[in-house]
Write a protein that binds this ligand. Sequence first.
Ligand code: PLP
Length: 380
Amino acid sequence: MKVPLLDLKGQYETIKGDVLRVTQEIFESQHFILGPKVETLEKEIAAYCCSKYARGVSSGTDALIISLMAADIGSGASVITTPYTFFGTAGSVARVGARPVFADIDPDTYNISPDSIEKVISAMSTTERKKLKAIMPVHLYGQCADMDPLLDIAHRYNLIVIEDAAQAIGAEYKERRAGSMGDFGCFSFYPSKNLGAFGDGGIVTTHSDEYNETMRILRDHGQNPKYIHQFIGGNFRLDALQAAIVSIKLKYLDSWSQARQENAKRYRILFHEADLEDRVHIPVERENRHIYNQYVIRVMDKRDELRAFLLDCEIGTDIYYPVPLHLQQCFKYLDYSTGDFPVSEMAASHTLAIPVYPELQERQQVYVVEKIKDFYSKNM
Ligand SMILES: *Cc1c(COP(=O)(O)O)cnc(C)c1O
């Protein structure tokens, strides 16, 4: 049985009529960049994410970059973030000229640990502490980071909070939506995210009138009015086509997230029945709305062999992420070494994402768990 990690064809069938209609409308209008489709999406996302504003941008990475720029974080500044995330998180900090400072993660949720942030700050010299401007938590795999203690730290040290919510649109922490708790919420419409476009795209939420207006200007080369530049911005504009497609998909997002949650629930039962609990750690659902962009298990041993075995069984998996960012070649200048973030390093070598997409069938899930069981009965 074939079980891909993600299959978006079923979703496309659901929305095909609407997509083709709006695509044709945009083709006829020949209005491709920003414009009314983007403005509509911005209003819809702001409402969905319980934020005052949303600014459409060209990608999730650019959402992070424009947030840092709007907060005037650049050369000479530093930002605390997690080493166990997609590269774009710390990459965007470095791209604006600031220094990523890592703090380790919680072993249950893989999200940045507020205790570890506190430790990192305590160990800083007065000069280092002066440079520290922001915390960038990631709501990894679709579950929010532990925001209350994190916001408390940010408040105490006067730090901006930029939520990397690229994997977590609609996720909730104590009834608050991802992206609505910090100063900025950054989302990605990369096709494999829960709300994916048909290409690249992203959006930033904020409650601040000032940040919202600055991002409007920065998004289009910092011009305001046209050809008059107070700031150096960039081309961070969102396409009308992508915005219109995301608007169509947004209507289905809650039902898709619910299907992912049901699949997660079914895995819980299946792993329990298969008596695999001592070999396979299933996700810990700590916050009240995990939207399962990824369903990531942690295995005690032989992760890579298990992955190869599942591939032979035509089961798609992936590793998010195999090398923690503090050990990446490009961040060598930050002077970290192996052992600095033991929980992140452990996660990088033991986690495996298995299929959880909304259209996944029960028999496919049964097959996945059965094959994992087969592997471990042969490889005790
Ligand atoms: C996908 C992702 C991004 C980047 O989004 P793009 O739209 O691909 O630029 C950033 N951070 C995290 C955690 C992501 O998963």
